[in-house]
Design a protein around this ligand. Structure first.
Ligand code: KIV
Length: 305
């Protein structure tokens, strides 16, 4: 198996690492940065080769990789291991890790230790938490510990059960003002970046206008400095995807075509070249041994027959 991308793509980013400073520079110069979810080293290599600026090892891994019905089932240790895999695959790309449900909400000390594990064991560059302004004290403690935090505000999928399903945020004037307050509280607490999910464009525009840190959008309109979507939506591998993350290729279709091709090749014994060969001496010795066994004799020099 080869999983090394070719080094020839015209669209490849230079080999210079993409760091937090790179993104901050891009934000200052009005250049947008692109982030995609990623859950494994091989895909990470290809995304790095494509020039993606940032990867998110999202808790959507629970849905995409493990087949759970929602993100609240995603296990902490599993996500830390995936994060390390992505960083090993894309060592010069900025990797953000998602803290899963109940890994940071119950107890501050535990939250800081868990976030630290994403940096040490998971090799992450940033850690993302789904928050509102009530989390400001925790975010401040995490920053004090040296953990770069991405504050995910707006629609928070880990809260979906409270809302009876996935929901948009900031659609009323008062909830929009709440969202602006959440953003400001997170910046004041020391968040390195904001991620706004599923909010009206005018609300996000105001957040971006007031923000002193980079703002990533996920279904939050064009005003954001960067954008993120779930990779499998973009690849045409999801059963359903949001309108802001429509597929640009149909890899699901290509998987079906490849599997059909394999079924046909297996049926036709058309496996390609066979690389494992015996030399003539070994083949002759093998035949002697097989014949001896058929005749009920022991293989010369062996106690196992
Ligand atoms: O887990 C995730 O994939 C996310 C999104 C912002 C896409 O948090």
């Amino acid at each position: 198996m080869t999983n090394q991308p070719a080094q020839t793509s015209e669209t490849s980013r230079s080999t210079a690492p993409c760091t937090l400073r790179t993104l901050q520079r891009m934000v200052r110069s009005g250049e947008k940065f692109a982030c995609l979810t990623c859950y494994d080293a091989t895909t990470a290599r290809w995304l790095q080769e494509a020039g993606i600026h940032m990867m998110l090892v999202g808790d959507t891994a629970g849905e995409v990789i493990l087949g759970f019905p929602s993100t609240i089932h995603t296990p902490l240790d599993f996500l830390i291991a995936l994060t390390a895999g992505v960083k090993r695959g894309a060592p010069t790309t900025l990797v953000m890790a998602d803290m899963p449900f109940l890994s940071y909400q119950a107890d501050d000390a535990q939250a800081i230790r868990n976030a630290g594990r994403f940096l040490t064991e998971g090799l992450a560059d940033l850690v993302k938490v789904e928050v509102d302004r009530s989390f400001a004290p925790l975010v401040a403690k995490m920053c004090r510990a040296g953990i770069p935090i991405v504050a995910h505000i707006g629609s928070r999928p880990q809260h979906a059960k409270l809302h009876g399903g996935y929901y948009a945020a900031g659609k009323s004037a008062s909830s929009a003002m709440d969202l602006l307050d959440d953003a400001q509280a997170m910046i004041a607490a020391g968040a390195t970046m904001l991620l706004v999910e599923a909010a009206p464009a005018e609300v996000t525009e105001q957040i971006v206008r007031e923000s002193t840190v980079p703002v990533i959008g996920c279904g939050a309109g064009n005003a954001c400095h960067g954008q993120v979507v779930v990779l499998h939506d973009l690849l045409g591998m999801s059963a359903w995807q949001p309108a802001f993350a429509l597929p640009t290729v149909q890899i699901g279709r290509q998987i079906i075509d490849a599997a059909h091709g394999w079924i046909e090749r297996v049926a036709a014994s058309n496996l390609g070249e066979h690389p494992y060969v015996m030399n003539d001496n070994e083949r002759a010795a093998f035949q002697v041994a097989v014949d001896a066994r058929a005749a009920g004799n022991k293989r010369p020099g062996s106690n196992r027959l």
